[in-house]
Design a protein around this ligand. Structure first.
Ligand code: PHE
Length: 336
């Protein structure tokens, strides 16, 4: 008899474990714990046992009933709790939920892509300090002493002669001081301007400077390099143009435009109805600047260019507010 008590205990535990919801659990109750269930039937068997066996058998059956009821109650509470919440019962065979993995910031991605293209054309990558002297930021770059860009409005001065660089062009001078031609380098980094923050401009932003100095470097090489870059970066089909411009440190100077990504050149709000977007400034390195960098302008010529990275990323991804880059809104950042 005690064998079948143990057998029922095992079968009960198995069925209880298999019950996935309350209706299935109710079936388990009816099978084992109801008035005519398997445990009750065993109790009926006591009467046909010999008087000597009855106390032992009765004790074993009482224990089984208490055991079964306690396990049943526990299982029922668990299933009720699971049914109460909308979550299904825990299923350990399901695959885990993936964790959020961060991604590279769109400005970093843009910078990495720009670097990749220029490194592919033989440029090295150089760096310079963000806190600069007036000399490297302006003087050595041929800004006259009274040039309006030195105004307090545009420049964050730390002291009379020390400032936060307003562009990456001072690194041109630092590279010329360190290296002999041929020099072929890009110089990425942060720049600062004391301007009102708006959808179009930030107080702190990034630029990439480019510099190429050798014998017989020509303006058409500058154009060829920049057109090759623009085709790789913005796509083969884009239209481009060069406009004459002015920078104190290049002569002649130009600005490069590409056809507007949004309207395809027909004119819209983003391109201010011109069909064109300015992407960079460039020019032939001014002889005074070569001299300031310790390079003989009679022997060498060179070109330089500079572009804003946030602006470039803005155009590439079709973003209409530059401030989005630094609001750390994951709904924005997750799109890249
Ligand atoms: N430094 C210029 C700017 O910040 C860009 C530039 C770089 C222009 C190199 C010409 C040559 O606008």
């Amino acid at each position: 008899m005690s064998d079948s008590t143990e057998q029922i205990r095992q079968e009960f535990l198995h069925d209880l474990d298999a019950a996935r919801d309350l209706p299935q659990l109710e079936q388990v109750r009816i099978t084992y714990l109801s008035r005519s269930g398997r445990i009750a039937v065993l109790f009926d068997g006591i009467r046909s046992a010999s008087p000597a066996d009855r106390p032992v058998l009765g004790k074993a059956l009482n224990e089984l009933r208490t055991f079964a009821q306690a396990h049943f109650d526990e299982r029922k509470a668990a299933l009720e709790a699971a049914a109460g919440s909308s979550e299904p019962a825990f299923d350990p065979t399901l695959p885990g939920r993936p964790r959020w993995v961060g991604s590279r910031h769109p400005v970093t991605q843009t910078l990495d892509e720009i670097k990749r293209i220029f490194v592919g054309m033989g440029f090295s990558v150089e760096n310079g300090p963000e806190i600069e002297s007036d000399y490297y930021n302006f003087g050595a770059l041929n800004f006259p002493p009274d040039h309006p860009a030195r105004d307090m409005q545009d420049t964050f001065f730390i002291s009379k002669d020390i400032l936060l660089r307003t562009h990456t062009s001072p690194v041109q001078i630092r590279v010329m001081e360190k290296q002999r031609p041929p020099i072929r380098a890009i110089m990425p980094g942060k720049a600062y301007r004391n301007e009102a923050v708006s959808a179009r401009s930030l107080v702190q932003f990034h630029q990439v400077e480019g510099l190429y100095i050798d014998r017989h470097v020509t303006f058409s090489e500058l154009k060829g390099t920049l057109v090759s870059f623009a085709h790789q970066f913005y796509g083969e089909r884009l239209k481009y143009r060069f406009r004459p411009s002015f920078f104190p440190f290049t002569e002649p100077s130009a600005e490069m435009d590409i056809s507007c990504y949004l309207c395809g050149g027909n004119g819209c709000r983003v391109c201010k109805y011109s069909g064109w977007l300015e992407i960079l400034g460039a020019g032939m390195v001014h002889p005074h600047v070569l001299k300031n960098g310790g390079i003989d302008p009679e022997e060498y010529t060179g070109y330089a260019f500079g572009m804003g990275i946030e602006r470039t990323a803005l155009l590439r991804y079709g973003i209409d507010d530059i401030r989005m880059f630094y609001e750390s809104d994951v709904r924005f950042l997750r799109q890249f």
